[in-house]
Design a protein. Structure first.
Length: 201
């Protein structure tokens, strides 16, 4: 007890420092949990079948709503790479409609919701329309689907992408991805590239 009384000031400083470290650790955990809970996470998946008529589904796995700004397809055909925006629908004649989603993929997507962005057949048709040239899918080996969103109350640009191998012969092509999960676009450099691509679309 005498030693404690003689060193009370020093012990008090050590206890205060220990408490600050503990509270700092708690605040760090709370901040990390908050960031994870509010981080936009997109998932791109293939559904129904694996051929041209397979559906491409985009899901918002985050808790907050996001706004779909653009969807892009990048085709690898031999030594060529072709990229095109496939945000607007061209598979049917535009008509006046109460639902703007009949004309475009742009729009809000709530947390936990999913949207069918079309079959792989129609997505490639949109790319062909945008490129203005015939795209022989049989000559292509890979298609990359990217979705770009405005997240965090439209204060941040984010996105995700997934690559699919094109396999099979004419009339019996299939799409397979080596990635089960969707790769997220978070780096500043990648987001700047997306901004430029959206501006050119």
């Amino acid at each position: 007890m005498d030693w404690v009384q003689n060193n009370a000031a020093g012990l008090n400083v050590l206890l205060n420092v220990a408490m600050l470290l503990v509270w700092g650790a708690y605040l760090q955990l709370i901040w990390m949990s908050f960031q994870r809970a509010n981080r936009a996470v997109l998932h791109i998946s293939r559904a129904a079948e694996d051929g041209r008529d397979a559906r491409c589904i985009v899901s918002n796995m985050g808790s907050d709503a996001v706004y779909i700004l653009a969807m892009q397809v990048r085709l690898t055909c031999g030594n060529r790479q072709m990229a095109a925006s496939v945000t607007d629908k061209v598979e049917r004649t535009p008509v006046d409609s109460e639902d703007f989603r009949d004309q475009t993929l742009q729009g809000p997507l709530a947390g936990g919701e999913a949207v069918d962005v079309g079959s792989f057949r129609t997505i490639i048709q949109r790319a062909e329309h945008k490129l203005g040239a015939g795209v022989e899918l049989e000559d292509c080996s890979e298609v990359e689907v990217s979705v770009i969103v405005a997240a965090q109350q439209a204060h941040k640009l984010m996105g995700g992408y997934k690559r699919y191998r094109i396999e099979g012969e004419a009339g019996a092509l299939s799409f397979h991805s080596e990635d089960i999960l969707t790769r997220q676009i978070r780096s500043r450099r990648h987001r700047r590239e997306l901004e430029r691509e959206i501006g050119r679309a």
